[in-house]
Design a protein around this ligand. Sequence first.
Ligand code: NCD
Ligand code: ZN
Length: 348
Amino acid sequence: MDSIEITRPDDWHVHLRDGDLLARVLPYTAGRFGRAVVMPNLDPPVIRVEDALRYRARILSLLPEDSAFEPLMTLYLSDETTAAEIEAAARSSRIVALKFYPQGATTHSARGLRDLADHHRLLEAIERSGLPLLVHGETTAPDCDVFDRERRFLEETLAPLVGDFQGLRVVFEHITTAEAAAFVSEAASRVAATITPQHLLLNRNALFEGGFRPHHYCVPVLKRERDRRALVSVATSGDPSFFLGTDSAPHPRGAKQSACGCAGIFNAPIAIEAYAEAFRRAGAMDRLEAFASHHGPAFYGLPRNADRIRLERRDGPGPTRDGDGAESLEIFWAGEKLTYHVADPCRK
Ligand code: NCD
Ligand code: ZN
């Protein structure tokens, strides 16, 4: 297969940031993906509908005039979020989902909710609204081992929640464990999951290969090989509950290579290529299109993109970084083998 064509993919989980960083990273996502679900963990976070609409306007103002890229906005659930705000979000065609960050779990999560289970009224409003609840699924209990955070959140919080709110639509974001993969496979179709390219390609050994590798650090952190294999298995299974979400999360090199380095992997420039590499290795190139371009829109009740992209077969590494020095953004999978590359028309 010298090249394959697929419906243009969407990214159902991305951090586009704001200000100068937004201007730098947006072209990578907007040039390749049709739409992207834009995470609300700015500082301050995107809590109200009007915050999301203003953020959307800042994104649109940076796109070329002929760009067809569509940012799909989300709201950050905080103690200030009211049922009325959820209803307003549901009325806005610009807002597609609500994001739950456990307080303290990740970048800019200080204003997240401490425990979802304490917010019954809010959850009822979310269930009524029909908007998907996007879940960063990790417990922050200090006694919990970092590598068990997702599993424990699933057992203690997510599984009971899905049982208690039978109408709630949930995306278990960036899943990393065999247990999460199994849970979503077995759950009703109102429960879905996104999977990142790094969790399909790497296990936790990559964090310590020849020394500590801060550019492989993201949350939820990479897990064991058995988990990686389980993720590849569900991503390539054709099950519509699993779809593409890069979790591309840029931090300048100075913030990553630090005594207390930020979590986040910047993969937007080669995300499609990296997913293709994972699918090729699994012998499942014929399933890539469904995962990347069909399942997400179906879950969100949106049409598939009308145009297509071409992936050319050409062995060679992807780009290394964007920019120089402490401000550079190190790109995931730099120097590693990629077999398929997005060909023109690429809209960057
Ligand atoms: C994300 C970020 O930096 O915004 N970091 C990450 O490691 N994935 C936040 C998140 O999605 O947890
Ligand atoms: Zn994220």
